[in-house]
Write a protein that binds this ligand. Sequence first.
Ligand code: HSE
Length: 319
Amino acid sequence: MVNWLAGLDGRRVTVEVPATSANLGAGYDCLGLALELVDRVELEVRGWAPGAVELRVDGEGAGELPAGRENRFVAALERILERERGPLPEGLGWGVRMANAIPLARGLGSSAAGTVGGLLAGNALLDEPLPAADLLALAIELEGHPDNVAAALLGGFVIVDAASEPPVAVRCDVPRDLRAVLFVPELRLETRAMREVLPARVPLADAVANLGRVARGVAALVRGDSDGLRALTVDRLHEPYRAKVYPLLPVLVAAAREAGAIGACLSGAGSSVIAFSDSVAAITRIEGALLAAAAEADFAGKVRVVTPRNAGASVVPPA
Ligand code: HSE
């Protein structure tokens, strides 16, 4: 290995990055929530394996995630190193071992987790020159979905203003007893395709309805009041259009609400549905209602009850 990476040969870094649910209904592209469902990545710098990326994936994405430099984790890792130190030396190889709990293409932020994990690992290798605000801007530039990357990076409930330069994220803790009941279908939906079904213009009345719900929902959550989620999860800007290509979406959302969920909506661009509750009895009813609605439509999937995660992505201290 040559020049600036010589001192890094053999270094290992482990990072953990949470799943995220974007939008929370009305907060399209502006709100995100981190979930206690974590991808863990161990990275080793291999100066003796020039040009090679050896990727091992256990869990979600095993046998599927790209094993070369186009892998999101590796691309983000190399991007931050290049940005900070200039062109990468030729004699550079990586050993990457992933233990992934975030399902792919289900609206739970698996690609954002890869990007944020790569940036965090690269920043750790360089002894953390970049503050969180710079990591956020870089993650948004690489990944394109500010709501997912901000929540993955910071944890908790996150409001992100990506229209400002630089982008700004504000996080707050999630009410302690709140749980997310996820219906995770076998069906995969690609975010790009689910954005193409959205109109370029929306009625002003729909935009105003969403503004009111987002403002009310954010104020309630900041005060630690789960009830604000009820209004927040009712959307008029993206779900009605996405339901045209995913007709079971309103069925699942209605089933969760009728079973007592505080609120329910599409998670990110789908395919998962996320419902909220802070009552053990209601959670059991919501799980049953989601499974029953899916079974009636012969729609395969699983339910998972997940705790929101107040901690964001982190570097795991060496054992
Ligand atoms: N806010 C984005 C969308 C999230 O709904 O398309 C993508 O995960």
